[in-house]
Design a protein around this ligand. Structure first.
Ligand code: PEP
Length: 249
């Protein structure tokens, strides 16, 4: 059985004091939660939030990292700096990174391999644009992003990878994929993992859904056979919306 994994991506929101307030509320309200949890604040709030979630059932995640270990990369944050702050996992290939900041599969793969080399867990985001879905290319896009994102990743390291299927048209738009549509793509991604790593790895792979997950739709999504959790944006910014998602069961 796979463990459900619910992660909150706080994006470019919250000062340190606001982040601390939310982190404290989550620690207290999720202490009896039964799933795997993660929060990913901005870089600026990682230390503050890390001190609050340390030793709890909530992991500390970063929203991105550089593809290089260190060096002359103005404005970037390295895996070594993240580890120094107690970061346990990193979100890579988020659609905002792919489409606004033009990160391609090759760069994302470099980051994935570097994060894994340094012992972090990785949430690798994949997902199609609306025009790609309308052109019947959703599966092909997710397959390419999955295959290229995981190039050079060993079966052993794959155990620290979660895939987040996030249809770009559903992110921050209020439009959620139907549980059936989401499950179909999750099943397809699982098949792709099976082709790359074998049946056992495919069965063990945690595949989150992301895209306007809310307290009202979380349980229906999680009820689907291939949906193993959620990567939550907007609804992760308040305990009153994140906690019911996190405790969907
Ligand atoms: C996200 O950014 O990963 C996300 C899923 O956002 P939202 O929940 O706001 O759609």
């Amino acid at each position: 059985m796979r463990t459900y994994f619910i992660a909150g991506n706080w994006k470019m929101h919250k000062t340190r004091s606001e982040a601390a307030e939310l982190a404290k509320a989550l620690v207290s309200q999720l202490k009896d939660g039964k799933q795997k949890y993660l929060v990913a604040p901005s870089f600026t709030a990682l230390e503050t939030v890390g001190n609050i979630v340390a030793g709890t059932n909530i992991m500390l995640g970063a929203q991105n990292m550089a593809a290089e270990e260190q060096g002359a990369h103005t404005g970037e944050v390295s895996v070594l700096q993240l580890k120094d702050l107690g970061v346990q996992a990193v979100i890579l290939g988020h659609s905002e990174r792919r489409h606004i900041y033009k990160e391609d599969d090759e760069l994302i793969n470099k980051k994935v391999r570097l994060a894994l080399k340094h012992g972090l867990e990785v949430i690798l985001c994949v997902g199609e644009l609306l025009e790609e879905r309308e052109a019947g290319k959703a599966e092909a896009v997710c397959e390419t992003q999955t295959v290229k994102g995981l190039e050079g990743v060993s079966a052993e390291d794959l155990k620290r990878v979660t895939i987040a299927y996030e249809p770009v048209w559903a992110i921050g738009t209020g439009k959620t994929a139907t549980p059936e549509d989401a499950d179909a793509i999750h099943a397809y991604i699982r098949k792709v993992i099976g082709k790359l790593y074998g049946e056992a790895a495919a069965k063990a792979m945690c595949i989150q859904y992301g895209g306007s997950v809310k307290p009202e739709n979380a349980a229906q999504l999680m009820a689907k056979a291939n949906i193993d959790g959620a990567l939550v944006g907007g609804a992760a910014l308040k305990a009153e919306t994140f906690v019911p998602i996190a405790k969907f069961a």
